[in-house]
Design a binder for this molecule. Structure first.
Ligand SMILES: Cc1cc2nc3c(=O)[nH]c(=O)nc-3n(C[C@H](O)[C@H](O)[C@H](O)COP(=O)(O)OP(=O)(O)OC[C@H]3O[C@@H](n4cnc5c(N)ncnc54)[C@H](O)[C@@H]3O)c2cc1C
Length: 397
């Protein structure tokens, strides 16, 4: 009997448990083909620490492609641009067509600047770095270091005052401190204040953390960037060299275009079993889904909780087993924010704490998470020497 083909679209956090169970899929006669733009997944929880210089990129990357370098596994570098759920194939941006027996989506979400950007001819302009993909934080770090080396201005603006906005602002301040840069500036445009929805004490601690290092809080929305000048909803403006965009995330548009989304936000609509209610051979998890039973915030904690259920359900679907419902939807999870100065803020329900011990706890949890997936490269099959995953052709499944 020919092996069945499971496509993993995106090598996101939610797919890590599937990759960890490759041997189970292989034993059940299922080939796994993962399609992602690059061979690694960067762990977002350590991203702000990458910006500040606490971590090297190699410490927070999962080698997705190398993990698939084994019989029954294949990695394809590419971007999924469409799904034909009737013909049961996926279309890549470069036109390649990949058939499947089942497909799972873990393609995450995008940060899209919600303000217009205009540059006059020959006019210098600020450089924009959306906070996703996480590798952008390394590019921002390198940009800051290069400007500092050249003696150029380093005026950083963070658009968005949520958890990611706070952490990247704090990370930049940590980087300034580490390199002894005293002519840099950081401002955060936070129309609803810092950390909306968080307990008041956490907000006060976050504000104090930025204020101590002379960051400026702008209580307005960024409404446009014209060259080097950012404009805000309160009519004020500010000159900047670097803009870190943390204005919120949204799923990519392809699910709406393919009739797989039943919500205005455009997420892949799934049932409690993380399965499309219309096309049962399509599954998904993490930031890119619209969880039908109960909308969930787009936070990695849900991707991490959903991963094992998704892996079990994909295996069950392809082998005729029973599916399990994802029920761990509680919002009272442990949240930890890196303040970029060796300290962190902790929130668990109404309980809030801050200090160096919280950062030590966060560091321990993050490093344990990195170790928890057996994603080390597999021994290579004879004749394979890419070391970057077994790049695949697409025979019909
Ligand atoms: C700075 C920052 C810090 C954060 N810190 C935390 C935290 O501490 N705790 C927390 O709970 N959450 C945190 N988050 C949120 C967290 O990053 C996301 O919720 C989580 O990554 C979602 O996981 P996922 O599996 O859905 O997708 P992701 O892990 O984002 O992975 C998506 C993957 O799909 C690939 N991809 C994208 N489009 C396509 C396509 N069209 N075709 C093929 N592949 C594609 C991407 O390259 C990527 O590999 C943070 C986010 C940011 C920006």
């Amino acid at each position: 009997m020919r092996p069945k083909r499971l496509i993993l679209a995106g090598g996101g956090h939610v797919h890590l448990p599937v990759l960890a169970r490759l041997a189970d899929f292989q034993a059940a006669g299922i080939d796994i083909l993962c399609i992602a733009p690059g061979p690694y997944l960067a762990y977002s929880g350590m991203g702000p620490g990458l910006l500040a210089g606490r971590y090297a990129l190699s410490e927070l990357r999962f080698p997705i492609a190398a993990r698939l370098n084994r019989p029954g596994g294949a990695f394809v570098r590419g971007t999924v641009s469409a799904i034909d759920p009737v013909a049961r194939h996926i279309v890549l941006q470069d036109g390649r067509v990949v058939p499947y027996d089942a497909a799972s989506f873990g393609i995450g979400s995008r940060v899209v600047p919600d303000f217009p950007v205009t540059f006059g001819p020959g006019e210098p302009g600020a450089t924009l770095y959306p906070v996703k993909p996480i590798e952008n934080l390394l590019l921002a770090r390198q940009d800051i270091l290069a400007r500092a080396r050249d003696g150029a201005a380093v005026r950083v603006l963070v658009a968005g005052g949520g958890a990611a906005g706070f952490e990247v602002a704090a990370g930049v301040l940590g980087l300034f401190d580490a390199i002894g840069l005293d002519r840099g500036s950081v401002a955060v445009a936070a129309p609803r204040g810092l950390l909306p929805g968080w307990p008041g004490r956490a907000v006060a601690l976050a504000e104090a953390s930025l204020a101590r290092r002379k960051a400026c809080l702008i209580p307005a929305r960024m409404v446009g960037l014209c060259g080097e000048t950012a404009h805000f909803s309160d009519g004020t403006a500010r000159v900047c060299d670097i803009v870190l965009v943390a204005t919120g995330t949204r799923p990519p548009g392809l699910f709406t275009a393919c009739g797989l989304s039943a919500e205005p936000g455009g997420g892949l609509t799934v049932s409690a079993c993380l399965q499309s209610p219309v096309h049962p051979d399509i599954f998904g998890g993490g930031d890119c889904i619209h969880f039908g039973p109960r909308p969930l915030p787009r936070a990695g904690v849900y991707a991490v909780r959903q991963g094992p259920v998704l892996a079990a359900n994909l295996l069950a679907f392809l082998t005729g087993g029973r599916l399990t419902a994802f029920s761990d939807t509680g919002k009272n999870y442990l949240a930890l924010l890196n303040c970029g100065d060796g300290r962190a803020i902790l929130r668990k329900g109404p309980f809030v704490a801050e200090g160096a011990w919280v950062m030590a706890l966060k560091d321990w949890i993050d490093r344990r998470f990195m170790r928890s997936f057996p994603l080390r490269p597999q021994p290579r099959p004879p004749g394979s020497d890419t070391g970057r995953g077994h790049e695949a052709g697409f025979p019909p499944p």
